[in-house]
Design a protein around this ligand. Structure first.
Ligand code: 13P
Ligand code: SF4
Length: 320
């Protein structure tokens, strides 16, 4: 007879998971989780996706409670689309360096200084900034959104300068760029990637467009997290170097267990050699349980801001 007991933390995770699932049923809640969440949180979710897929899932939601496991701007997006539902987050402090780089007052001044520009704003921004924008985009559809704007109209793009520069290169359109970056993707080291590509000459390098140009120019494929996940399934290569937040590797390993997936190395010498978003990783099973049990923290929006932000978001969603 095998008398080996599971380590206590496994037991505790199983207990928390069971309690969360019980409360989820009891309260008829839906759980949405981004690919960058921990595997335990992803395993609880009704929908796992990238920013676009999660906004679309939020739009279709009919449950009275949406528990959003991601970062603050994503949960705000769910609330913009669902004013009549309660939108909860595990941790209100789960922010985003891109959203933080564009405070509403500075963005207002930027728009006022360029009144004839169409404002295309990456979904990684606050509801207030969305409310001052003409159309929102995500990393999945930024190229298509910019291409939808008549060629004779000047366009400003905020807040991610690297995604904006990527869109500029693909579309050939000149964009006025806001100076924001994702603090996780800018840490991915092109020098270390070159060494890794030298060691694995057959590997395909895949990268998120929040990475700087010197990383993207090494990549065989550039796309959103969902697009990177699709690529490893469809491309015949056996080995992939994945230049985005390491959380995506959980889903990728499930999708292609027979392939080798290598997390792209970050600059810092003594990191885990992969890239983790400190905001995404603030969410824990304990906090998910507390949010469902106490029905807070809850996202609350000023209705005027919500209505204006909804207009910009709808324009994106109508593009399909
Ligand atoms: P996507 O979900 O669009 O791939 O974006 C990644 C990201 O950084 C979310 O914060
Ligand atoms: Fe923001 Fe970057 Fe974290 Fe995404 S990975 S939430 S863009 S800081």
């Amino acid at each position: 007879m095998n008398t080996t007991l599971p380590p206590p933390e496994v037991d505790e995770a199983a207990r928390l998971t069971a309690e969360i699932l019980r409360l989820k049923r009891e309260k008829n809640a839906v759980i949405l989780a981004h690919y960058y969440q921990t595997p335990e949180i992803q395993s609880l979710a009704d929908h796992i996706g990238d920013s676009l897929a999660l906004a679309q899932a939020a739009e279709r939601a009919s449950a009275p409670i949406i528990l959003f496991c991601g970062v603050h701007f994503m949960a705000e997006t769910a609330k913009i689309l669902n004013p009549g539902r309660k939108v909860l987050v595990p941790d209100m402090a789960a922010g985003c360096s891109l959203a933080d780089s564009a405070p509403a007052d500075l963005f207002r001044a930027f728009r006022a200084a360029h009144p004839h520009h169409v404002a295309v704003t990456y979904i990684n921004c606050s509801a207030e900034v969305k409310a001052m924008s003409d159309i929102i985009c995500t990393s999945s559809n930024a190229v298509r959104v910019v291409q939808s704007i008549p060629a004779d109209r000047p366009v400003l793009f905020a807040p991610d300068k690297h995604l904006g520069a990527f869109v500029q290169r693909v579309t050939g359109r000149e964009l006025l760029l806001w100076d924001g970056v994702c603090e996780v993707h800018v840490e991915i080291s092109a020098d270390k990637l070159k060494l890794l590509l030298g060691k694995h000459p057959q590997a395909r390098l895949i990268a998120h467009p929040e990475c700087p140009e010197h990383v993207l120019e090494l990549a065989h494929h550039v796309g959103s997290t969902a697009s990177l996940l699709r690529f490893v399934q469809e491309d015949p290569a056996d080995t992939f170097i994945v230049a985005t937040e390491a959380g995506i590797l959980h889903n990728m390993r499930k999708a292609v267990p027979h392939k080798t997936l290598i997390a792209a190395p970050a600059h810092a010498e003594n990191t885990c050699a992969c890239s983790e978003c400190p905001y995404m990783k603030l969410n824990t099973l304990e906090k998910v349980l507390a949010a469902l049990r106490d029905e807070r923290p809850e996202i609350v929006l000023d209705e005027d801001v919500r209505v204006r932000a909804h207009r910009a978001l709808r324009r994106m969603l109508e593009l399909g």
